[in-house]
Design a protein around this ligand. Structure first.
Ligand SMILES: Cc1cc2nc3c(=O)[nH]c(=O)nc-3n(C[C@H](O)[C@H](O)[C@H](O)COP(=O)(O)OP(=O)(O)OC[C@H]3O[C@@H](n4cnc5c(N)ncnc54)[C@H](O)[C@@H]3O)c2cc1C
Length: 387
């Protein structure tokens, strides 16, 4: 049995930063993960660039499922940038407030975190250890890995989303996990649209009584919708615990319907086959989808299209409706987790003294754009400082 003052389960974003913060206390710290090296998952984030934060995040309730301002005030996006710059990471901010490493590579973020971990002499990193169970052990905690048992005076759970099986013996209340920030499956066959990217598109998602609206990018799949605006819209399905509802797309959000009708009426004089009517305006697949939806015969000349047909096309372009019936398992996060009501202001469990939670294991999920990693840094630092 290995004894430590502090054991941190998971060396992902939140676990690593909590270990670094806690190391100032001088206590003995173990950080355990099944991966080969710490912070490995960061490599996949932000398409390999790691969108590590976003400076536009107040009021937080616009970006997260809860108002987490009281936590962000303790460690804000600016604090995260300073923290990383102190570790030697150069960052840059894009037009939408998203923060990336200047190198354009997530590896830089991993490198500076690992360099810092190596320098903290009181931190022992245990890689390639699968944690199987956690038990209360008197005032302490026992952590069972496949080949080793650890004992901790203080325990931090930073194992990410959908990992509650580990906590079974502690009998904690958890908000059920649902995949969020993912592509959505639709009842409609979107084969004709497969691979087509539209931007800007206005996305209006409706699930139960909740609505989400964003103007952004949509990427069509064979039986569904993807792209950042859809990933963000998926959060209302996850938070309402039901992947059933509708997505309405306005493919030309900056054009009023009457102007679009006038524009399409004018295009008739292109005097081309109807099948070529949208060439130069939309991708072919999108045009074919519109003709099919509006039941328009393509084997005519554009001048033969009636005002009614033009109006129908315009209305369809401004109001494409899809019925959501599921999700694709490429989710970036899980909604749900340990209820914040059960945690104190330092993210210590109210029922179990010395048991802390940080990162995605908590019931906090944000939109795409750096918000989820910011929560990992914020919660990890708050926990680390209080151990
Ligand atoms: C493809 C992808 C891209 C993303 N891009 C972004 C982005 O650009 N910006 C952003 O803000 N967010 C992004 N996210 C979300 C972000 O990665 C997470 O919110 C964040 O990593 C959560 O940090 P965490 O420390 O809570 O959990 P994690 O980073 O998931 O770390 C948990 C750790 O616990 C370990 N673990 C779990 N169970 C066990 C076990 N039983 N035994 C041993 N070890 C275990 C795991 O191996 C892992 O290392 C992305 C997610 C994905 C999947």
């Amino acid at each position: 049995m290995k004894n430590f003052d502090i054991v941190i389960l998971g060396s992902g974003a939140s676990g690593v930063i909590s270990a670094i913060e806690a190391s100032a206390s001088g206590k003995s710290i173990a950080i355990i993960d099944k991966n080969k090296s710490p912070a490995k998952k960061l490599m996949a984030t932000g398409n390999g660039r790691c969108n590590l934060s976003n400076v536009i995040c107040t009021p937080s309730v616009n970006f997260y499922n809860h108002n987490i301002d009281k936590f962000l005030q303790k460690f804000s996006p600016d604090d995260a940038i300073k923290f990383f710059e102190n570790l030697g990471l150069c960052c840059y901010k894009d037009d939408e407030g998203r923060i990336y490493p200047l190198s354009g590579s997530a590896k830089s973020v991993i490198d500076v975190l690992c360099n810092k971990l190596e320098k903290c002499e009181n931190i022992c990193v245990f890689n390639e250890k699968i944690i199987e169970k956690i038990e209360k052990y008197g005032e302490k905690f026992k952590i069972f890995c496949q080949d080793e048992v650890f004992v901790a005076t203080k325990l931090v759970v930073a194992t990410g989303g959908n990992t509650f099986n580990l906590l079974q013996d502690l009998n904690l209340k958890v908000v059920k996990n649902f995949a969020s920030l993912c592509a959505l499956q639709t009842k409609e066959n979107t084969k004709l649209l497969n691979g087509i990217r539209l931007s800007p598109v206005k996305v209006l998602a409706k699930c139960c009584d909740a609505k989400y609206c964003e103007v952004g990018e949509v990427l069509f799949k064979e039986h569904g919708l993807s792209g950042i605006a859809i990933f963000n819209a998926s959060c209302i399905f996850a938070r309402n615990k039901s992947y059933s509802g509708t997505i309405l797309l306005d493919a030309l959000p900056n054009t009023e319907i009457k102007d679009l009708i006038a524009k399409l009426q004018a295009r008739r004089s292109l005097n081309v086959k109807v099948s070529k009517f949208f060439e130069g305006m939309f991708a072919n697949g999108f045009a074919y989808y519109l003709f099919e939806k509006c039941k328009i015969n393509e084997n005519r000349i554009s001048t033969e299209m009636s005002d009614k047909e033009i109006e129908m096309l315009a209305k369809t372009i401004k109001n494409l409706q899809f019925e959501v019936c599921g999700f694709y398992e490429n989710n970036q996060v899980y909604s749900g987790g340990i209820d914040l009501c059960d945690l104190d202001e330092n993210l210590q469990h109210k029922k179990y003294k010395n048991l802390y939670f940080c990162g995605e294991v908590c019931d906090v999920d944000g939109l795409c754009g750096g918000y989820n990693l910011q929560w990992a840094w914020t919660s990890g630092v708050i926990v680390g400082k209080n151990l």
